[in-house]
Design a protein around this ligand. Structure first.
Ligand code: MG
Ligand code: ZN
Length: 224
């Protein structure tokens, strides 16, 4: 026990240093990087695909797909003609900053405006590993139930924005939206909450407009 805590601390410090380098690489080219975190099946890939439908066509989007094993999600993105790099974590349950650094050499960073990073489906440790993204997003979904903020506070505490997906199922399932909102507000009184359905497109405008506003601010700070 005595040595395990310093070891974890050293790993996280090393990760933090690489995360800062990643962020600097994004800032050099004025690119906004968005880390999407969620439990498996909440709709991380679907949210990327739905955003592509609503973002201005001129906006140049790239994707890093983190998955334990398959390339299925990366193939869905690549089918849209979007530059995508797959990271197979080989069983690891989260992405870390060095994995992102190795993926970056395979992306045309200077020709991108927005980079989505799809983290491994997991609501626990991805929150511990800064990737260098500008925005950390937690996606929850209606079928998972309204108790997610109560059960996984660490994840929601790190979020810059929260997306509740599959809103088209509200009213069909025992999901108490007010309980979800209350759980979130206890942890994070001011975090933006976007209630969306990737399937119907409901709520996508507000979500995409918020991303574009951050993109504009990033460009004002760091753009060429
Ligand atoms: Mg996915
Ligand atoms: Zn993990």
């Amino acid at each position: 026990m005595g040595t395990s805590i310093p070891v974890v601390k050293a790993i996280l410090q090393a990760n933090q240093a690489v995360a800062s380098e990643n962020r600097a690489a994004f800032d050099r080219v004025g690119l906004l990087a968005v880390n999407l975190m969620a439990a498996p099946g909440a709709g991380k890939t679907s949210l990327i695909l739905a955003a592509l439908e609503h973002l201005p066509p001129a906006l140049r989007v790239g994707v890093i797909e983190g998955d334990i094993a398959s390339t299925l999600d990366a193939e869905r993105i690549a089918a849209r003609g979007i530059p995508v790099v797959q990271i197979n974590t080989g069983g690891a349950c989260h992405l870390d900053a060095p994995m992102i650094r190795s993926a970056l050499s395979h992306l045309p960073l200077e020709n991108l405006d927005l980079l989505f990073i799809e983290n491994v489906g997991n609501l626990i440790c991805p929150a511990e590993f800064d990737l260098g993204a500008h925005l950390n997003i937690v996606i929850a979904s209606v079928p998972e139930g309204h108790d997610k903020p109560y059960k996984y506070p660490g994840m929601f505490q790190k979020a810059d924005g929260v997306v509740l997906n599959k809103a088209d199922l509200l009213g069909f399932l025992d999901f108490d939206l007010e309980a979800f909102r209350h759980g979130l507000r206890i942890l994070r009184p001011d975090v933006p909450l976007f209630i969306v359905s990737c399937r119907t497109g409901q709520g996508m405008e507000a979500w995409v407009e918020w991303l574009l506003e951050h993109r504009r601010q990033q460009r004002e700070r760091h753009g060429p």
